[in-house]
Design a protein around this ligand. Structure first.
Ligand SMILES: [Fe+2]
Ligand SMILES: [Fe+2]
Length: 169
């Protein structure tokens, strides 16, 4: 039986994931405006992944018979200084999400809610990957941002990313 507290935290996390999707969409729009369609594509795919995370939590709450209550999504910041600023904000945001997931995990562990702990383990692993790739991209954008031909190649590289729901889903 899932507690009210854990139910509330996961309901809130659904909105955090949807907020992340909106935030990445803002970032994507910025790159489209700069004619960096490959990087824009990367953030667009990232946005879709976040929506899947929200869906996964929605399904979980439904499966355990919890009350689902969907909250409002705040408007994300959309004033960015430059490309590096965006990648840094993406990394900072992933770190924030990791802490939110850890907090739910901590509460689930304290309550002995093994079902939720087991469910959240996927997200803990996912956040390790998310932070690793976000921080790698911060390093890369810093390498290429002042060199148009390098930036062009970086944009080409990120254009290869396609949206593919992971098999765990
Ligand atoms: Fe996520
Ligand atoms: Fe994420």
């Amino acid at each position: 039986m899932i507690s009210e507290k854990i139910t509330k935290l996961i309901n809130e996390q659904i909105v955090h994931e949807q907020y992340a999707a909106q935030y990445y969409l803002c970032m994507s729009a910025w790159f489209y405006r700069e004619n960096l369609e490959g990087i824009a594509n990367y953030f667009r795919v990232q946005s879709k992944e976040e929506l899947l995370h929200a869906d996964k939590m929605f399904d979980y709450l439904n499966n355990v018979g919890a009350d689902i209550e969907i909250g409002a999504i705040d408007k994300p910041e959309q004033q960015f200084k430059n490309a590096t600023d965006i990648f840094e904000k993406a990394l900072a945001h992933e770190k924030k999400v990791t802490q939110l997931i850890f907090n739910i995990m901590k509460n689930a562990n304290e309550e002995g809610d093994f079902a939720t702990s087991s469910f959240l383990q996927w997200f803990v692993n996912e956040q390790v990957e998310e932070e690793a790739s976000a921080s790698q991209l911060v390093s890369k954008i810093k390498m290429v941002c002042d060199n148009p031909s390098a930036l062009y190649l970086f944009d080409q590289e990120l254009s290869q990313r396609v949206f593919s729901p992971k098999t765990e889903f």
